[in-house]
Write a protein that binds this ligand. Structure first.
Ligand SMILES: [Zn+2]
Length: 314
């Protein structure tokens, strides 16, 4: 059985063809055009390219899955708003389904990434996994008892919008103090910039000579150089990140919780302090069976593998 998965990003349409175990047999990437018809055409083209590359006839493909950022309605296969793609209330799943002559489902990109990690990455061999991706926001997804958790209306697992500081930083969702306002790469960069403005002597300035140059790595570099201000920022960041992770573990108790996104490349520098908080605060800290915390194994492939298998696991 073969499945096609498409990760629709602002820059590229990334397609992959996988078998039922999530093994990637072919990949293709083409630039994302603007406009609904153009995007549907590009997805179709990328899907056919990937099948050709894998040497699989389109007639042997079971279904297609699309992963998209932005505001989507998976139940009706609609992209409600994806402003960077020029999409506004577009029935994208139907448009692609007609072109490819395949059943086609739409899923949000964080859920697809979680499913990809579950099938072929950090969750392989387990029955449940939660995935947290630290990027512009905090993308979350969960597979529980080998089924993608979506909530009754497919809008579940927006854990980035759980409040960890009531009345705190304003969030894009309209609330204040959301986890993602602090734990995302964007949140970390904001905290680093605030600290740099307060401390003109900090070594942070050596790694980012202007505020615009601050990225997710700056604070880790400055801590390595022994900078106290950076240590304070990182401690605050890890505390906020850990707070949300403990909340998620207490609610879901997944066998595995993996962290992805650029910041996760810090590996043990990130995981070790998080585990210390988990050992202190997790409700099940004394249980012999506890959630395994690790970094995500797949990078760009998680979205396409997960999107491809959405029709199997939803
Ligand atoms: Zn929010």
């Amino acid at each position: 059985m073969y499945y096609i998965g498409i990760d629709l990003g602002g820059t590229n349409v990334h397609a992959g063809l996988v078998d039922e175990k999530g093994k990637l047999l072919g990949q293709a990437e083409i630039p994302t055009p603007k406009g609904a018809e153009e995007v549907a055409d590009a997805i179709t083209q990328a899907a056919r390219l990937t099948a050709a590359q894998a040497g699989v006839a389109m007639g042997d493909v079971q279904s297609a899955g699309l992963a998209s950022a932005g505001s989507i309605d998976p139940e009706n296969g609609m992209v409600l708003h994806a402003w960077n793609l020029g999409l506004d209330h577009v029935p994208l799943a139907r448009m692609v389904s007609e072109r490819l002559e395949l059943p086609t489902l739409l899923e949000n990109d964080a859920n697809a990434a979680a499913l990809g990690e579950f099938v072929a990455g950090a969750g392989r061999g387990y029955r449940s996994l939660a995935a947290v991706t630290l990027g512009t926001g905090v993308g979350c997804g969960a597979v529980l008892d080998s089924k993608l958790f979506t909530g009754f209306n497919y809008a579940g697992m927006e854990a980035g919008h759980m409040v960890i500081h009531r009345g705190g930083r304003p969030c894009t969702c309209g609330r204040r103090g959301c986890w993602e306002a602090y734990a995302s790469a964007t949140g970390l960069i904001r905290s680093v910039r605030e600290a740099m403005e307060r401390d003109p002597d900090s070594a942070l300035w050596r790694f980012a000579p202007t505020l615009e140059l601050v990225n997710g790595k700056t604070v880790f570099d400055a801590v390595e150089a022994g900078d106290k201000t950076a240590e304070g920022v990182l401690e605050g960041y890890l505390g906020d990140l850990a707070c949300g992770i403990v909340n998620l573990i207490n609610i879901l108790q997944p066998e595995v919780l993996c962290i992805g996104g650029g910041i996760s490349r810090q590996g043990e520098k990130l995981l070790r302090p998080l585990r210390e908080v988990l050992d202190r605060e997790e409700f099940t800290r004394d249980s012999p069976r506890r959630t395994r915390l690790c970094v995500a194994k797949l990078r760009g492939e998680a979205g396409i593998i997960g999107a491809a298998l959405v029709p199997v696991y939803r």
